[in-house]
Write a protein that binds this ligand. Sequence first.
Ligand code: PHE
Length: 451
Amino acid sequence: MEKQRGSFTGKLGFVLAAAGSAVGLGNIWRFPYLAAKYGGGIFLLVYLILAITFGFALMSAEIAIGRKTGLSAIGAFKALDKRFSFVGYLVSIIPMIILPYYCVIGGWVTKYLVSFLSGQASATVADSFFGNFVAQPVEPMLWFALYLGLTAIVVFLGVEKGVEKVSKIMMPILIVLSVIIAVYAMFMPGAMDGVIYYLKPDFSHFSATTVLAAMGQLFYSMSLAMGIMITYGSYMKKDVNLEQSVRNIEIFDTGIAFIAGLMIIPAVFAFSGGDEAALGKGPGLMFVTLPKVFDSMAGGSFIGGLFFLLVLFAALTSSISLMEAVVSIVRDKFNVSRNKAILIVLAISVILGIPSSLGNGIWGNIKIIGLAFLDFFDFISNSVLMPIVAFLTCIFVGYVIKPESIIAEAEETAPFKAKTLFRVVIKYIAPICIVLILISSVLDVLGIAKI
Ligand code: PHE
């Protein structure tokens, strides 16, 4: 099959498209609840250290692999070394696991947006609102279907560029609005303890699970270890500065996650009167806490409505990139038309999305290794498969194609400044850490050992 590969126009085009994929629910919904759950400041610190080391090295490697080969994940690994073809396949499974449950959460955001726009903001404030909503068998499923449908329509019509254009305007507004909400939240009575909890590392909360959770979050948030950045790299022109682009995406992505934490964690403290149990709310944290913040603000229902609209756009650009990735894999592998591939992906998403939604209610007592469906899919992709892929990528780059080949690719445009860091992280630090952390935390989840 003859394939036409377009390229991004200039550096900004590339950075913005990659940032559109990176910035999404991972930053605004997932990061704050993990930070709250895994000890606040210590999680933030571990995350930042991992971002400038692992994140930087892996993202540079993935983008360079894509640009060097001009292929997406499956083809790229195969083209560089036949023995590593299987990594390409492994990589392809991950977005398929993430997409369905991502759309379930996207459905929740849509529900909140519509509640705020239709003047029902005050109903969302009650503590039981979120729990009751997600526990229903039918309603969340309809929102999930709506959100999944929205994503599919954009992919079907091929109007991603249009959505990306809109989000280029929305993204800066989201940042400004989040800063305003964060500043407001920080100064609510009782919130300062939350600011301290979030910013000051408490080393007694440190464990292997903290590192694994932060690492999984890093991969998820930056759309790493699932082939997406390889595909983006394949569209990147040679005259775009690779290292600089990676830095920009990282700053953007981490900055938004950081602000989201500042918006949510102090507010949890303000509303729970310092009861730390409220921090462990998990996936519902953002949905339970933010309506209370908006409710206490002047003009809060307008601000809340605007906020959920912006989050919806950020989420859509991410789910579109997830769906695009899966569609192109299905197309290439099964040799079907694009439209057929979209239908197949939709069917799989519905099949995997239904248990993710029902697991919050009537299927709540069905657990896989102690986790409800949504958490299980999240765990398998973020805490098991992605670290494995990241490990294999490090071995592949460090010992098979050699770090020099990536550095040379980056240096097509400008000197690669962080060469030594890159080499040491990819060859030694990252693979060793990933293996240790993976083993210890899988044992932990299986209840075999606590480290
Ligand atoms: N990075 C996106 C987010 O933070 C999620 C995502 C993961 C998107 C993988 C594409 C691929 O929400």
